[in-house]
Design a protein around this ligand. Structure first.
Ligand code: DOR
Length: 426
């Protein structure tokens, strides 16, 4: 919940890309950012001492599952936004695989209303509408109406759009409204009945695995359609070498393809499932160390455009099952920033990359406002204390979904406060 409002806020001595600054906020917008040098706070301003803390613009997570309506026992808009606010996210894009599916403006409106009521000052919700009715891949969803109600993109995420002809029509129809299709790249015939990556580990465990080709064959299809139609496409949760090689090839040809990946595809491989750990069961599955190395390189060289969490909360009883009965998904909003910080510590990212991948690039892709800390920008930012160490566990998570393979990991860095439009939300 929102804590307080200040007409003028003065955040003193925060570290912005290594530079100590004083930030003045007025009327919900950035008024000035000046080198920290005994600047006087404006008269009447609320003063906040940020010494030793890093300031980041609020991040945007373009791929979450908030589960409301229909699966509130896993998560609801209020709890999902609590995880977002405390996780450093000022905007989230919830997918349409709710019950009922977000293929009707009443569902879009319900999500927006729940967000307004529970977190009136943000984080903001920008729903992703279904690409086809009921996510069935048979009939187009009413994208015009959904866009007018607030949907910023369209996707059948959770499920692929299996038929190439239907996918083409989705791309063309979305483009009519200036919107982009986010595709969950999975060939349904190759992926059927699988529970983890297909490879040495799945063989040793005796579990039916999903080949990387189940993903990459659909990546190739989408790229070819995008080039042929000259319509952009965004590829969700990319996980393997073959896919990023195809995306790099497409980009070198000028195809309007963009792609995302998640922290877990950069930090874990399929050995995480060796003890039949359902917390590490996710779709697409965690791949091999070679895939992880390729994914890391793709993030560094720009083949991957944005980071997302694919926040997929599930109830404890659903994951406390044999591997082949457990649902796919990792609860990600609570851990994403600290995991990204770990990638900085490992030398994969720099702070500016973190800001690009989690804020500027997603904002550009889905035309959402971002804070670049210039005069007049929305005053959406959070403070991050890199010195605070913590151990991931259920009690450290604001999401109802405690399903994470990072349980027990010692991470550095906590979000200590978060403002949106000058309102302190954390
Ligand atoms: O692991 C996943 N969980 N992948 C998806 O595509 C869907 C998501 C969910 O909705 O639980």
């Amino acid at each position: 919940m929102s804590e307080q409002t200040a007409q003028t806020l003065f955040v003193s001595n925060a570290l912005l890309l290594g530079r100590a600054v004083d930030i003045t906020v007025s009327g919900g917008r950035i008024a000035s950012v000046a080198d920290h040098d005994n600047n006087a706070a404006p008269a009447g301003a609320e003063i906040f001492d940020a010494k030793g803390q890093i300031v980041f613009p609020s991040f945007i997570d373009c791929h979450v599952h908030l589960r409301e309506p229909g699966f509130e026992y896993k998560e609801d808009v209020e709890s999902g936004l609590a995880a977002a606010a405390h996780g450093g996210f000022g905007a989230v894009l919830p997918m349409a695989n709710t019950k009922p599916v977000n293929d009707d403006t009443s569902v879009t409106e319900l999500m927006l209303e729940r967000a307004r009521k529970s977190w009136p000052h943000g984080p903001r919700v920008h729903p992703v509408g279904a690409a086809t009715k009921g996510l069935k891949g048979e009939e187009l969803a009413p994208m015009g109406e959904l866009a007018a109600a607030g949907c910023v993109a369209f996707s059948n995420d959770g499920l692929p759009v299996g038929g190439a002809e239907m996918f083409r029509r989705c791309m063309e129809y979305a483009a009519d409204f200036g919107k982009i299709i986010i595709d969950h790249c999975e060939d349904p015939t190759l992926a059927r009945g699988t529970h983890m990556n297909e490879g040495v580990t799945s063989g040793r465990m005796g579990v039916k695995g999903q080949s990387v080709v189940a993903e990459s064959v659909q990546v190739a299809r989408d790229i070819l359609l995008s080039e042929y139609l000259d319509i952009p496409v965004h590829l969700a949760h990319i996980s393997c070498r073959q896919s990023v090689e195809l995306i790099a090839w497409a980009k070198s040809r000028g195809v309007k393809v963009t792609a995302e990946t998640c922290p877990h595809y950069l930090l874990l491989d399929d050995v995480a499932l060796e003890q039949y750990s359902t917390a590490a069961k996710v779709n697409p599955p965690l791949r091999t160390p070679d895939d992880v190395a390729a994914m890391r390189r793709a993030v560094q060289d720009g083949t991957i455009d944005i980071m997302v969490t694919d926040h997929a909360p599930h109830a404890a009883h659903e994951k406390e099952t044999p591997l082949d009965e457990a649902p796919n998904g990792i609860s990600g909003l609570d851990t994403a920033v600290a995991l990204s910080w770990r990638l900085i510590q490992e030398g994969l990212f720099k702070e500016e990359d973190m800001i690009r991948l989690w804020c500027h690039a997603p904002g550009g892709l889905f035309r959402l406002p971002v804070n670049r800390f210039t005069h007049g920008d929305p005053a959406d930012f959070f403070l991050f204390d890199p010195a605070q160490e913590w151990v991931v566990g259920p009690e450290t998570m604001h999401s109802k979904g405690k399903n994470t393979p990072f349980t027990g990991w010692k991470l550095a860095g906590k979000v200590t406060s978060h403002w949106m439009g000058g309102h302190k939300i954390v």
